[in-house]
Ligand binder design. Structure first.
Ligand SMILES: *[C@@H]1O[C@H](CO)[C@@H](O)[C@H](O)[C@H]1NC(C)=O
Ligand SMILES: *[C@@H]1O[C@H](CO)[C@@H](O)[C@H](O)[C@H]1NC(C)=O
Ligand SMILES: *[C@@H]1O[C@H](CO)[C@@H](O)[C@H](O)[C@H]1NC(C)=O
Ligand SMILES: *[C@@H]1O[C@H](CO)[C@@H](O)[C@H](O)[C@H]1NC(C)=O
Length: 313
């Protein structure tokens, strides 16, 4: 239990380890920019195009002498994972087209932890495509971390391009290991890759600043949430009694424990909000697609989803 605060989130882990600060003014200004744009869209001042895009997806399986997965069922689980992505992103305008699956066996790649030499070796060996291509790596991360992803960045360094992508533990695939066995970890991580923050942001990411306050997740239609939720609580309201308008971008209400960008069990996570969908779409056009041509944007930050303490992960 002593380690619980550190385990509450990958970003907290990162802050503790490398001193990453709460989102910089640059990050905040980028999100405020999108908020203003979306407010103009809401007021009808801007006409929105119908959004539809297909994301070419490469899956890279990393196996070691200690990977605890059934390699016989893995190919069909990967197809099921792509179906789960398509089902859950159906209303967002994003779809995923599986181009190729690669299998690499390397006993030196035991744990693909964020910012590790292994992460660099894996991604520099396997990454495919450009900045609009999804590279989904299936490998053991360890430490109860189910997955992590990178936000859209400004591509000012080739290193950031190489590290771009999503990593999930292969046991999080459909028919993997309960309670994270419906493939929702990849849905959550791809949400980050498409520029969504956790619903409890800044919350666990800034341990001194619960998500009831501050900028929240920069999405207007997600209620404020102090910290990540685990399991599947019937109802939860961590910001109850707090003046929720103190969180500049939120609506009053109970915690969004069924939102894909929280930490609850797979069966508990069901949807994105319209505000999140719009943010993904706007970010796609103005970041991933635009950076492809060279632009500027968000500093590089990883984010992740971790398992419920005591769940055996
Ligand atoms: C692995 O998966 C295959 C195909 O689904 C199944 O027949 C086999 O029983 C599984 N092996 C184990 C050890 O669960
Ligand atoms: C797996 O391979 C690594 C690297 O070669 C080795 O150090 C380790 O002992 C091996 N583990 C098992 C369980 O065989
Ligand atoms: C980026 O890659 C996608 C396939 O993943 C391709 O359709 C697209 O044309 C590429 N864009 C550029 C600018 O090369
Ligand atoms: C809640 O906070 C907002 C913003 O800080 C403030 O304008 C408002 O007066 C507060 N409401 C109450 C009831 O304290």
């Amino acid at each position: 239990m002593r380690f619980l605060p550190v385990l509450l989130g990958l970003s907290a882990l990162v802050s503790a380890r490398c001193g990453t600060q709460p989102p910089s003014e640059h990050v905040k200004s980028r999100h405020r920019y999108f908020l203003e744009k979306e407010d103009r869209e809401d007021s009808g001042a801007v006409t929105r195009d119908v959004f539809s895009t297909t994301i070419e997806t490469y899956v890279h399986v990393i196996l070691t002498n200690s990977t605890g997965v059934n390699t016989t069922s893995l190919p069909s689980q990967i197809l099921q994972q792509i179906d789960v992505l398509n089902d859950n992103y159906y209303d967002t305008g994003f779809s995923f087209d599986l181009v190729d699956v690669t299998y690499t066996r390397n006993n030196n790649w035991q744990q693909i932890s964020y910012q590790s030499q292994t992460e660099w070796e894996v991604k520099s060996s396997l990454r495919q495509g450009n900045y609009t291509t999804l590279n989904l790596y299936l490998g053991t991360i360890g430490g109860g971390i189910l997955g992590f992803a990178t936000f859209p960045d400004d591509l000012s360094s080739p290193r950031e391009f190489t590290l771009d992508g999503v990593v999930v533990d292969p046991n999080t695939l459909p028919n993997g290991k309960a309670p994270y066995d419906l493939g929702i970890t990849a849905v959550h991580e791809v949400g980050h890759w498409l520029n969504l923050f956790h619903t409890f942001q800044p919350g666990n990411n800034d341990p001194d600043l619960p998500g009831c306050f501050g900028h929240g997740d920069y999405i207007r239609d997600t209620p404020a949430e102090a910290f990540a939720a685990f399991g599947c609580p019937r109802v939860r309201d961590t910001c109850r009694g707090v003046n929720e308008t103190s969180n500049a971008y939120s609506v009053p209400g109970t915690d969004p424990i069924h939102n894909f960008m929280d930490y609850t069990d797979d069966r508990c996570l069901t949807h994105f909000t319209p505000g999140q969908v719009r943010r993904m779409q706007n970010s796609w056009v103005e970041e991933r697609e635009a950076y492809q041509a060279g632009g500027s944007g968000l500093p590089f930050r990883p984010v992740g989803r971790i398992a419920r303490p005591g769940s055996g992960w």
